[in-house]
Design a protein around this ligand. Structure first.
Ligand code: DGT
Ligand code: CA
Ligand code: CA
Ligand code: ZN
Length: 645
C-alpha cells in the first residue's frame, strides 16, 4: 500500500466476483487507516484491520463464501462488514461510507501515507499539533526542526521522515531498468494476446535500455475498426491501478504489482545495495509500487513510424527529423511525408501520403541509413555511423561464455560453489570465476586466507574431475579484494599468488566519498598496478536510485589501464551487471573500447538467480556500443585461461 495509490481498488469489468480476496483485504486496510487518520473509535478501526488480516489469510474462494453466505460465519466478520463485502463482491460497488471516507480525507494527508514508515497515528498528531497537511509542509517542519520537539517523536524519527520523503520522491521519479522491464514486458504480453491486436511493442527508454525509466511507452498495431474494442479490452486488463485518460488512440494509465500473476519478487539483494536503496522501506515501496504507462493504438501502416518516434530518444528523433528535412521529407509519428505533397495537411491527416515502411529499417533506408539498434539511439554518433555502415555489431547474450565476479557461501552468497558451477553450466557457459569477498570486509563475511586457499583446492578438484569427464567447463579462482584506503589489496602477496585473478573493488564508501578525486584516483591506480589485479570491480561504487559513486577521474583510470594492456598486462574494467549498479556506466564503455581496455560483464551474483543479471550487463554493454570482441566474456575457455596466466 505504502507508496502506491491510496485509492479503493477498481472492480473487474465482469463478475461476480467483482473483487478478489486481495482487493477486499486491501480496501478494508485502507478504511482502517483512514479511520485512524480521522481519529475514529479504536474498536471500530480495529474491526476493519482484523477483517483485512483475516481475509488476507484465508484460502477459500471468496465468491463462494459470499454466494453461500458463509462469509458471515468467519470470525471477526460481523453482520455489517459481511454485508459490505457481499455487496462489493456481488455488485462491484464499494459501500458509500467507504467512498465518503476517501473523499473526506484531505489529499495531503493521504499523500503522507506514502512515506515509508509513517503511519496514520503520527500524521494525525503532526497535523493537529503543527498544522502539517502535506509532504511539503512536513518537510518544512522537519527542516525547521519542529517535529523533533513533539512529544513521542525526537530527532531520530524526524530524520527518518526526511529520509523517507527523499526515498519516496526518488522512487516516484524514475525506476530501475529491471523493474521497468518487468512491468513493461508483462503489460506488453497481456496486450499482445487481446483479440484484434496485430502487434504490441514496448518503446521509450525501456526499449533503449536506459538504466532508469521514467514511464513506459507501448505502441499497439490495430485496424481502425478494432480500435474501440481493443482499447476497452486494454482497460479491462488486470494490473491497472488507475486510468488517467483514455481514447481510441491513446491511453494513459497507472500499473501496479497485481500485474504480476506469479507475485512480485526482487530476489536476493546484497546487503550493501540494500542499505543504499533504503532497506525495508524500499522493499515496502516496491511491493506497493506503481508505474505510469502510455499506450498508443495505430494502424499497421503507421506502426513502424509510431514505434520509431516513441522509442526516441528525443535527441535522436531531432537529428532524424533534420535528415528528413534535408531530403524534402517530413518525419513524424505518423509517417515520412514528401514536403511537396503534404501542403497544409498535418499529423494523421497526412499519413496516407507517407512513403511506405513495413518496419523500422525501411524508415532508416529512406533516409540512407542502416537500421540503428534502439540502445544506440541517444545521438552519440549513431547517425554518422549508420550513414557509413560503421555501426558496431553489438554483443548478444549468446556471445557470453563466462563471467568473473560472483560470490558463494564462503562470503555472503546464498549458493555453494557447486551450486553456482551447476547453474553456470546450465546457462551454457564454459567457465565461471568465483571471487568471494576478502578478509577485511567483515560485514560481507570476508574469507580468511586459509578458507580462501581451501576454496582454491576445492576448485582444483572440481576442475580435474571435469577434465577427466571431458566436460568443457572450468572454474577460475579469484577474490574480490577490498581496496584498502591507501590502494593496497587485502591479502599478502603469497596468498594472492595462489589465485587466478583479483577483482579489486572499493567498499569503504563513506571514507572514499569523503576524499577528493585526486586521492581516490591515485589509490585506485595503485590497486590496479598490483600484478594480481586483473579486473577493476564496480569502478565508481554508485547504486542506482541509491547513492552516487565516489569522486574519481574515470578517464584517467581507463587511460592508465590502457597503458598496462598495451604492455601485455591484462587490466579489465568491470561492467557490473547488477541492475542496481550498471557500473561502469554505458556512457564510458566507448572510451574503454577506443583505448583497448577490455570490459568484463560481471553479474556480481550472490545467488544462482543473481547469475541471470548478466543479461542487464549485456544490455548496458550494447548501449555502450560494445561488440563481443570488446569483452572478456566472449573468450573461449582456452582463451580465457591463457589471458589469466
Ligand atoms: P523516460 O520516460 O523519461 O524514461 O524517457 P523516454 O525516452 O521514454 O521519454 P518519454 O516517455 O517522455 O517519450 C517517449 C519518446 O517520445 C521519447 O523518447 C521521444 C519521443 N518524444 C517525446 N517528446 C518528444 C518531443 O518533444 N520531441 C521529439 N522529437 N520526440 C519526443
Ligand atoms: Ca517513457
Ligand atoms: Ca511517455
Ligand atoms: Zn561482489
Amino acid at each position: 500500500m505504502a507508496g502506491g495509490n491510496f485509492v479503493l481498488p477498481k472492480a473487474r469489468p465482469s463478475g461476480p466476483p467483482f473483487f478478489s480476496r486481495n482487493q477486499i483485504s486491501s480496501a478494508l486496510h485502507q478504511v482502517a487507516v483512514l479511520l485512524e487518520l480521522q481519529g475514529a473509535n479504536v474498536f471500530r478501526l480495529r474491526s476493519y484491520q482484523n477483517a483485512s488480516r483475516t481475509l488476507g489469510g484465508i484460502t477459500e474462494d471468496l465468491g463462494e463464501l459470499v454466494a453461500t453466505g458463509k462469509i458471515f460465519d468467519i470470525k471477526g466478520i460481523g453482520k455489517g462488514l459481511g454485508s459490505a463485502i457481499s455487496q462489493a463482491v456481488s455488485e462491484g460497488r464499494w459501500p458509500d461510507d467507504w467512498i465518503a471516507l476517501h473523499n473526506n480525507t484531505p489529499p495531503g494527508l493521504i499523500e503522507m501515507l506514502g512515506i515509508p514508515g509513517l503511519g496514520p497515528k503520527r500524521i494525525k498528531i503532526m497535523n493537529e499539533e503543527l498544522g502539517v497537511e502535506s509532504i511539503a509542509t512536513l518537510r518544512q517542519a522537519a527542516e525547521e526542526n519542529t517535529i523533533a520537539g513533539l512529544k513521542g517523536f525526537g530527532a531520530k524519527s524526524q530524520q527518518k521522515m526526511l529520509d523517507g520523503i527523499e526515498l519516496l520522491a526518488r522512487f516516484r521519479a524514475r525506476r530501475r531498468l529491471d523493474v521497468g522491464l518487468m512491468y513493461g514486458e508483462a503489460f506488453e504480453q497481456k496486450i499482445a494476446t487481446i483479440d484484434g491486436v496485430i502487434k504490441a511493442q514496448l518503446a521509450g527508454s525501456a526499449r533503449r535500455r536506459k538504466e532508469t525509466i521514467g514511464d513506459l511507452d507501448i505502441v499497439v498495431g490495430v485496424l481502425d475498426e478494432d480500435k474501440e474494442n481493443v482499447s476497452k479490452a486494454i482497460l479491462a486488463l488486470p494490473g491497472i491501478a488507475d486510468v488517467k485518460g483514455a481514447g481510441d488512440s491513446k491511453i494513459s494509465l497507472i500499473l501496479d504489482t497485481s500485474i504480476f500473476e506469479g507475485g512480485f519478487s526482487l530476489g536476493h539483494i546484497d546487503q550493501t545495495v540494500m542499505e543504499a536503496i533504503g532497506g525495508d522501506d524500499y522493499e515496502q515501496l516496491e511491493s506497493g509500487g506503481t508505474i505510469d504507462a502510455q499506450v498508443r493504438l495505430v494502424t499497421p501502416e503507421i506502426f513502424p513510424f509510431t514505434l520509431a518516434y516513441f522509442t526516441g530518444s528525443k535527441e535522436h528523433n531531432i537529428v532524424m527529423r533534420q535528415r528528413a528535412i534535408d531530403r524534402g521529407l517530413r518525419l513524424s509519428e505518423f509517417g515520412l511525408i514528401p514536403e511537396a505533397e503534404a501542403g497544409d495537411l498535418k499529423g494523421m491527416a497526412a499519413a496516407h501520403l507517407s512513403l511506405p515502411a513495413i518496419d523500422e529499417s525501411e524508415i532508416y533506408r529512406h533516409l540512407e541509413l542502416s537500421w540503428v539498434p534502439p540502445e544506440l539511439r541517444e545521438d552519440t554518433g549513431e547517425i554518422a555511423a549508420a550513414s557509413s555502415e560503421a555501426l558496431p555489431r553489438l554483443i548478444v547474450p549468446a556471445d557470453v561464455k563466462g563471467v568473473l565476479h560472483n560470490h558463494t557461501t564462503l562470503s555472503d552468497g546464498d549458493a555453494t560453489l557447486e551450486q553456482m558451477a551447476d547453474a553456470a553450466r546450465n546457462i551454457g557457459w564454459n567457465w565461471l570465476g568465483v571471487a568471494d569477498h576478502s578478509q577485511s570486509l567483515k560485514v560481507a563475511n570476508g574469507a580468511s586466507p586459509e578458507d580462501l586457499l581451501a576454496q582454491g583446492q576445492q576448485i582444483k578438484q572440481y576442475n580435474a574431475a571435469w577434465a577427466e569427464e571431458g566436460i568443457d567447463f572450468r572454474l577460475f579462482h579469484g577474490s574480490e579484494s577490498d581496496i584498502l584506503e591507501d590502494g593496497r589489496l587485502d591479502y599478502t602477496d603469497e596468498v594472492l599468488a595462489e589465485l587466478d585473478y583479483v577483482v579489486a573493488s572499493v567498499h569503504a564508501m563513506t571514507k572514499w566519498k569523503n576524499r577528493d578525486e585526486v586521492t581516490n584516483t591515485e589509490d585506485l591506480m595503485r590497486a590496479i598496478d598490483h600484478p594480481a589485479t586483473k579486473v577493476l570491480g564496480h569502478p565508481t561504487g554508485r547504486i542506482l536510485q541509491g547513492r552516487d559513486g565516489y569522486e574519481i577521474d574515470m578517464f584517467a583510470i581507463i587511460e592508465h589501464m590502457a597503458e598496462h594492456n598495451a604492455e601485455g598486462r591484462l587490466k579489465a574494467v568491470e561492467l557490473n551487471a547488477s541492475p542496481y549498479r550498471l557500473d561502469l556506466d554505458w556512457r564510458l564503455c566507448k572510451y574503454a573500447k577506443t583505448n583497448n581496455v577490455p570490459v568484463v560483464i560481471n553479474p556480481d551474483a550472490h545467488s544462482v538467480r543473481g547469475l541471470g543479471d548478466f543479461a542487464y550487463g549485456v544490455m548496458a554493454a550494447r548501449k555502450g556500443w560494445l561488440e563481443s570482441g570488446d569483452t572478456l566474456n566472449s573468450l573461449s575457455l582456452d582463451e580465457m585461461s591463457a589471458r589469466l596466466l
